[in-house]
Design a protein around this ligand. Sequence first.
Ligand code: TRP
Length: 328
Amino acid sequence: MKKVTAILLVLAMVMMMLSGCGSKNAESGDEMFKVGIIQLMEHPSLDTIRESIIEGLEDEGYVEGENLKIEYQNGQNDMSTMKNIAQTFVGDECDVIVAIATPAAQAALSETTEIPIVFAAITDPVGAGLVDSLDNPGGNVTGTSDEVSAEMIMNLAKDITPDFKTIGVLYNIGEDNSVSVVAQLKEYAGENGYKVIESTVTNTGEVQQAAQYLADKVDIVFSPIDNTVASSMAVATETFNNAGIPFYVSADSMVNDGGLATCGIDYTVLGRETAAMIADILEGADPAAIAVRKMSEMSVYVNKETAKALNIEIPQAILDKAVLFPEE
Ligand code: TRP
């Protein structure tokens, strides 16, 4: 029996040497870094961000199983779950905590002001209380922002469906990321003579009723980069399509999931940028002094099937520049 074990061991070692894996660490003496990823919930946009962060880290030379251990946990859209996850990461002495979406970053910061936190896709990092300012974060937290412009999205709405007077707004009032974009929208509406009717939710279970409330009252609906709405797009889209109401959203995934159109950022690029910041911090940079990165490129996204369902003719000039869903 012992002999068999010994032979197996030798065989295993030979195979490891041949394939070149496993021994690299020991040979080079490379450090094993530990990164904890806490994600608010699973919806398509947040999943895309996480995947491209992991790919980006690989491009930066941080490869899972080689010199990097990734602990990923889904926060189930629940604050106390996320705080527990953050506590676990602190207890495990993670080198960096990565937080995807605003409530996840807020939960992480509530558990540590020592371990660097790199956030991904935070719409309003200052308003969410995560950094002192975008240029000088000041504490243990920095990362990427996915801020969009409510005005740009409304200008797109005017190009596609010019005749609206009343804008319905659907969002989760508990998400600071949404509250800040809605404030922008209200300012724009006030300056341009539009009426705004808000319908707010606190969880996904309330989305259908809140959508129906608006469907009876408004000409178009707008949703900010809201995680709760993003994870209930099927319900929201069905309600608005049935009522013949154009539904303007704030993220590419929300258009892919049935929203009519938006002007927004590319989350794959955002994930890569976030990975570069994580790499800098693993190499010793101080988050306090690393400015929050905003995405400069905006693209127009249009859902052709939704346009068809609403009998809306999208102007050719928009079709020419837009990313179209469903993808062919
Ligand atoms: N920006 C959101 C936040 O700050 C997170 C987010 C990223 C998001 N991509 C999204 C929300 C797409 C809705 C849809 O929490």
